[in-house]
Design a protein around this ligand. Sequence first.
Ligand code: CTP
Ligand code: MG
Length: 246
Amino acid sequence: MTATEQASNGNLPDGTVAVVVVAAGLGERLGAGVPKAFVELGGQNLLELSEAIALSLEHPIWLVRVVPNNYTGERERSWENGEVVGQAVVAGGSTRQESVAAGLAVIPTGIDHVLIHDAARALTPSDVFARVLAALEAGAQAVVPALPVTDTIKQVELQGDREVVVDTPDRASLRAIQTPQGFKLETLRDLHANAVNADATDDAGLAEQAGVVVEVVEGSPDAFKVTTPQDLKYARYVLSTRGQTS
Ligand code: CTP
Ligand code: MG
């Protein structure tokens, strides 16, 4: 019997956490010729790097990889570290939200908490995962890691053919939001089932719309998202400073 079958039969260890790594995007802004999550950094692709960090949590993990349609042949992996009590590879959708929903659909019942992580945030330190999970275990329904904003952010609007500034929100109350975002599994399932739009850029957005309180914990500069070729260059640099080849 495989780990996946055992898990769906209800033999989950206490404290099992589901981790959904969304990796089904095309990576158009990166333009690497392959989907972004399959771009290599130091011998592992962004998806593999993301999974390895998730598995540093001191909890049994039920791991879901959400990949592009033509990557579902990805085999299940065996792991040197961490305890993977079940895993699944599923095809994503055309929006991030659809990809998350596809991942949620394969998580067995009997799990309390889920972490949703962007494969593109492949260098997220494990302490960010730990902080998000600790807040969930302390009773939060929804948790996001965040960093203060250092640039001045302005709201703009198109007036005729010119873009002009219309507002400057107070920077002190602004945060840049990262992943993993953590949820009570049942709460996130309900949010996705009742979502009005299909293209929220993060899961916490669905929670806010539904009036679910979203708690904030400290993120990390290293949890940045690889979006552009410049970000990938920077990611190679960060990885090299960790003593790995890039
Ligand atoms: N993602 C996904 N399914 C989608 C879109 C995005 O699983 N339909 C995932 C991406 O793989 C990524 C994360 O969501 O790990 C954040 O999305 P983004 O940075 O926008 O990645 P891409 O959509 O791949 O990039 P781009 O928008 O430049 O095409
Ligand atoms: Mg995208």
